[in-house]
Design a protein around this ligand. Structure first.
Ligand code: SF4
Length: 236
């Protein structure tokens, strides 16, 4: 068995274990390539792991289109979690629609309203959540483990693709004919909100196109933020 085949087999085992031992569990999908690998594995096997995405109101049209493509390919409705309209109105009235460019604080506040609060709603009552994060994606993810204790959300967090390389992801997508976001073909290895994501040049870091005006250490959504601080996630 090749290393790639072992990786796929162990990822499927992890997902199977999540489905049997951690129900209810959900996949937080950004609708990017990694999440499509997990979506494909979950839906092809009929695993009882729900799939949702944070519909921030600032996503690319191509990203939103992936929801319809998943419905078409797998007959599955991805759940959409949207921000509270009153919180958006207050932010825009006070700071402006694109104030996230002005400071890290205002960027994190926008992420808190559009991502963190809806994420907390999506995770309420769950035993575990699953992400498509990979260790190789960013400096801040160097300590990423397949299974972690997420104290911030009071549950277990799984990153089944923690050990996967970018090549492994694309090998899976191509060999299984998995639908993927066309932005990946336009220089977007990492996909987020439209105003905060840009294409990268060959050789640039994978996450260089996300919040490109900030330092690498601050480049996370704050999805593990407690009281405004990034919290350490413990491996288990
Ligand atoms: S990625 Fe940008 S637009 Fe999206 S929630 Fe964060 S700051 Fe706001």
């Amino acid at each position: 068995m090749s290393d790639y085949d072992k990786l796929v087999a162990s990822t499927k085992l992890t997902l199977g274990r999540i489905a049997t031992e951690f129900t209810p569990a959900v996949l937080a999908s950004s609708l990017a390539a990694e999440d499509m690998v997990l979506t494909d594995m979950i839906l092809r096997s009929g695993l009882p792991i729900g799939i949702f995405t944070l519909e921030t109101g600032r996503l690319h049209a191509e990203t939103l289109e992936m929801v319809a493509r998943i419905k078409q390919n797998y007959a599955y409705d991805v759940a959409l979690y949207k921000p509270q309209p009153e919180a958006i109105d207050a932010y825009v009235a006070t700071h402006g629609l694109n104030a996230f460019y002005d400071s890290v604080e205002l960027r994190k506040e926008c992420c808190r309203i559009r991502k963190v609060e809806p994420l907390n709603r999506a995770l309420a009552g769950k035993k575990a959540w699953v992400t498509g994060q990979r260790r190789a994606q960013a400096a801040i993810r160097a300590e990423l483990h397949v299974q972690e204790d997420d104290a911030a959300h009071g549950m277990v967090k799984f990153n089944p693709l923690a050990d996967w390389s970018e090549e492994d992801v694309w090998h899976y997508i191509r060999s299984n004919d998995v639908p993927y976001n066309p932005l990946h073909d336009k220089g977007y290895p990492s996909i987020g909100c439209e105003p905060c994501t840009r294409a990268i040049q060959p050789g640039e870091d994978i996450r260089a196109g996300r919040w490109w005006w900030e330092q690498p250490e601050s480049k996370e959504c704050g999805l593990h933020v407690v009281d405004g601080k990034l919290v350490r996630i413990k491996a288990v």
